[in-house]
Design a binder for this molecule. Structure first.
Ligand SMILES: [Zn+2]
Length: 321
């Protein structure tokens, strides 16, 4: 656990190594107010819940005081424990208005992870869905519906003792928001900045959007930030370091997009060959994450510059139009 100020502390994210890299538990932020505690991204049963029990036994966290839950987006690894606080403490849940429908229907969260590809459907969906569901269950614990009591949008102030500003950061999903604490210049970015995986902005599911991610990352550069809490991975301190981190990620993302266009201009590629060319061959989960990352660039290029798709021997081959 890390104390950022007297009132704000973290259960640090759990990184996964090797084949499960990329499906660890997120950073969980606690803010102690005068009468109750707010938790942002309460996390999962398999990690945060165990930590919470331990911290509560040591009297570091008072579980019954957690009466408010804020969510950076709808994904299970961030939102699973909301149901625990909601049932146990009658906690109120705050999330972006676009997250409400999926949080309240766990089937939707699952669908949004795996469906909605406009191109390359065969290549994107070539693994057994039950298997994927089981892996997520094993990594994160049970999935439950969460009732969203309050929806948030840009600039909205949360009703809490410590001032909090909501920043819309559509990117990884359209419902992504950042929580900014102006008093201490702390920003929780959610998965726009995932420092556990990725080289650019974190785009790893069919709802991720390259243009939005780029815009949102650039928007972060306009904020005065002393401590950046990413969705996953270690916190970053110091204005200059934070500025460099965000600028590097923007640059990396723009470079990846350019590299894809350059490759597709020279010859035809299958999705697998394209990924191998850009990232080399890696473990299964990494390959899956890279596949999604590349898909997000491809759909953007497909819609803007145009990509020619050709089916050959049950595979899709791509080149620039
Ligand atoms: Zn996520």
């Amino acid at each position: 656990m890390v104390y950022l100020t007297e009132e704000i502390f973290l259960i640090e994210s759990k990184s996964q190594t090797s084949y499960t890299r990329g499906i660890g538990a997120p950073n969980t932020i606690f803010m102690k107010g005068d009468s109750d505690t707010l938790v942002i991204d309460p996390g999962v049963w398999t990690y945060q819940y165990k930590k919470l029990k331990k911290l509560s036994r040591k009297k570091i966290i008072d579980i019954p005081s957690v009466k408010k839950v804020g969510l950076t987006h709808h994904h299970w690894d961030h939102s699973n424990l909301s149901a625990f606080f909601q049932k146990k403490n009658n906690a109120e849940v705050y999330a972006h208005e676009l997250a409400k429908a999926s949080l309240e229907d766990k089937k939707k969260v699952f669908e949004y992870f795996f469906y909605g590809y406009e191109i390359l459907q065969k290549e994107m969906m070539n693994y057994p869905l039950t298997g994927a569901k089981l892996v997520l269950y094993f990594m994160w614990g049970k999935f439950e519906n969460v009732l969203v009591n309050h929806t948030l949008t840009e600039g909205k102030k949360l009703d809490f003792d410590i001032p909090i500003e909501i920043i819309e950061l559509p990117s990884h999903t359209p419902c992504c928001i950042g929580f900014y604490f102006p008093k201490d210049k702390i920003l929780a970015t959610g998965d726009l900045m995932d420092l556990e995986t990725g080289v650019g902005m974190d785009m790893n599911n069919p709802l991720s959007d390259y243009d939005n991610a780029l815009k949102s990352a650039k928007k972060l550069l306009t904020y005065d930030i002393d401590i950046l809490i990413p969705g996953h991975g270690q916190i970053v301190e110091g204005k200059n370091n934070i500025h460099k981190l965000i600028s590097d990620r923007i640059k990396n993302s723009e470079e990846i997009r350019k590299n894809i266009v350059d490759l597709l201009e020279t010859k035809e590629y299958s999705l697998r060959k394209l990924i191998e060319n850009l990232f080399g061959t890696r473990s299964t989960i990494n390959y899956l994450l890279n596949k999604h990352l590349i898909y997000c660039y491809l759909i953007n290029i497909y819609k803007k510059e145009g990509i020619e798709l050709r089916e050959k021997r049950r595979k899709t081959f791509m080149k620039m139009n």
